[in-house]
Design a protein around this ligand. Structure first.
Ligand SMILES: O=C(O)c1cccc(C(=O)CC[C@H]2O[C@@H](n3cnc4c(=O)[nH]cnc43)[C@H](O)[C@@H]2O)c1
Length: 237
């Protein structure tokens, strides 16, 4: 089993590398800090997958948590990732890219991965939230925006900036995907004093240490069909 974990920044990567985890001997876990935001995450993941085969891709890092589902210091396992600001504004509100007819902004994750990952975190840390994790390009900074996201995505657990990008690259390669986050701040009014990054990085490392041996012991999920990537050659006139 070869697992690629994609974080945004080196501090997240190092928290994952530090955590002690015992895998079966045939397991390899690589951790890539690909940059902040969905574009950097997608590009970094796609390059890593093009260079080397993996059986599973995990987007991991810190996140904002939606109250009361995911308090600061808690851990979230996504059952769905949503590109929450990919679409169009209109007089009637936000129109998701799915409704525009330009593809999808939603990936539902395999229950065969989500359930054992969540169970592993629950057993080790005592609690876990399972729910949609939103991917945004702009960090939410107001109560109004947080309320709007919760209205559009009932049950949303957390908000971060990379999951959908990593998931898109994984889907493009037919590789199963999971997102694992620890909560560093509440989603809501901007308040840098309220961030608990050290606490969140420690929780991330502990969660990964719990989850990785469980994932490594699972049967490899079959590769999903990949969408075509077919450039068309322009002829000289
Ligand atoms: O300047 C701010 O107000 C601010 C508030 C929260 C996070 C940031 C970041 O620039 C961190 C981006 C980085 O961390 C993840 N992250 C952590 N918390 C959140 C959040 O509330 N909303 C979105 N992303 C968050 C994210 O995945 C990035 O990798 C700045």
């Amino acid at each position: 089993m070869r697992i690629l974990i994609v974080t945004a920044v080196p501090a997240e990567r190092d928290a994952l590398l530090r955590g002690d985890a015992a895998f079966p001997g045939n397991t390899e876990v690589d951790v890539l800090a690909a940059g902040v935001g969905p574009a950097a995450a997608a590009a970094g993941t796609a390059v890593a997958l093009a260079r080397s085969p993996y059986d599973l891709v995990v987007s991991a890092g810190i996140a904002g948590g939606f109250a009361p589902v995911a308090p600061v210091g808690s851990v979230v396992v996504a059952d769905r990732v949503v590109a929450a600001d990919l679409g169009a504004e209109s007089d009637d509100g936000f129109v998701p890219i799915d409704d525009l007819g330009f593809g999808t902004g939603v990936y539902d994750l395999a229950p065969e991965l989500v359930a054992p990952a969540a169970q592993a975190v629950r057993e080790k840390l005592g609690a876990v939230s399972v729910g949609p994790i939103l991917t945004v390009s702009t960090v939410t900074g107001s109560a109004a925006r947080a309320a709007e996201l919760m209205r559009r995505h009932p049950g949303a657990a957390a908000e971060a900036m990379e999951g959908f990008g990593v998931a898109t690259a994984a889907a493009g390669a037919g590789v199963p995907f999971l997102e694992l986050r620890s909560v560093s701040n509440p989603v809501g009014p901007r308040d840098r004093a309220a961030w608990r990054i050290g606490e969140a990085l420690a929780a991330l490392g502990a969660a990964a240490a719990a989850v990785l041996p469980v994932l490594a012991a699972l049967p490899v999920l079959p590769a999903a069909p990949v969408p075509p990537v077919s450039p068309v050659r322009k002829e000289q006139s």
